[in-house]
Design a protein around this ligand. Structure first.
Ligand SMILES: Cc1cc2nc3c(=O)[nH]c(=O)nc-3n(C[C@H](O)[C@H](O)[C@H](O)COP(=O)(O)O)c2cc1C
Length: 243
């Protein structure tokens, strides 16, 4: 399939066959991740592959995300990582004051996301399925303990990768008009929101599994109706970041 077609057919996969990825393919996944652009070539991310079944179960539990087909598929944790850079500064007896600031953290999170998405696109081009797992941030302190994360690191999300048992319907995205402005930012309009709500309501009602009476606005309202993961700031401070 042409790459563009593969990309617009993307759907998250949460159930994998028992077929394992061979070691060459797994190596390529990481190389694809490493090939992403990187702000100032900092390469401010690390990936932790989870092969220990007990650890994986603990992570799935805390992320509230059991893979529906047992322990199939690989699990990678993407970590925003400025520890490597602190090591370079320390070796040269330079101050790391600036490395600990919010701007550096943002840079590292962006690098991490770009690397992960490069791996995701490559995976899908190889007929693998993927699903991000933001749920790993439900318990940052436990993740730190499990992965033995040093200071100046932050586990951003996990990603399951494997051969899919099933393919969900593609979720209809916002219309192009809603995301592309020309020369200036383009706001949503009430009509656009109404039309998109109708489209997403039809999708949620008609999809093959987990049908719901909802729409995009309802999902957004639900999402922002209560605070989430309120200790992120506390965790990042403990990791040595300064805000
Ligand atoms: C950073 C990130 C974190 C995510 N975390 C989860 C998660 O914890 N559990 C889950 O089921 N899906 C998770 N997803 C998948 C999204 O729910 C999914 O991408 C979105 O609903 C769009 O559906 P699609 O990927 O099938 O097109 C995550 C996606 C991203 C980008």
């Amino acid at each position: 399939m042409e790459l563009f077609e593969t990309m617009i057919q993307h759907t998250s996969v949460r159930s994998f066959t028992s077929q394992t990825l061979n070691s060459e393919l797994k190596r390529k996944l990481i190389l694809a991740a490493q090939s992403a652009s990187s702000s100032n070539f900092l390469q401010a991310f690390s990936v932790v592959e989870i092969t220990d079944q007990k650890k994986r179960e603990t992570i799935e539990q805390l992320a509230n995300f059991p893979v529906t087909n047992g322990n199939n598929g690989e699990l990678y944790i993407f970590v925003a990582d400025l520890n490597k850079h602190a090591q370079v500064l320390a070796l040269n007896e330079d101050t790391d004051d600036h490395l600990r600031k919010m701007e550096s953290l943002v840079t590292a999170i962006v690098d991490t996301a770009l690397a992960a998405q490069s791996m995701a696109v490559f995976s899908e081009s190889e007929k693998l399925g993927i699903c991000y797992v933001g749920g790993i941030r439900n318990d940052l302190f436990k993740m730190k303990e499990l992965l033995e994360l040093p200071e100046l690191t932050y586990p951003v999300f996990g990603m399951f990768v494997g051969y899919p048992t099933e393919k969900n319907e593609v979720k209809p995205r916002l219309p192009l008009d809603a995301v592309l402005g020309t020369n200036t930012y383009r706001s949503l309009t009430p009509t656009l929101i109404e039309n998109y709500d109708k489209k997403t309501a039809a999708y949620y009602q008609q999809r093959n599994a987990n049908n719901q009476q909802t729409n995009w606005s309802e999902k957004i309202r639900h999402h922002f109706n209560y605070p989430r993961r309120q200790n992120t700031g506390e965790f990042l401070k403990e990791q040595g970041f300064i805000f």
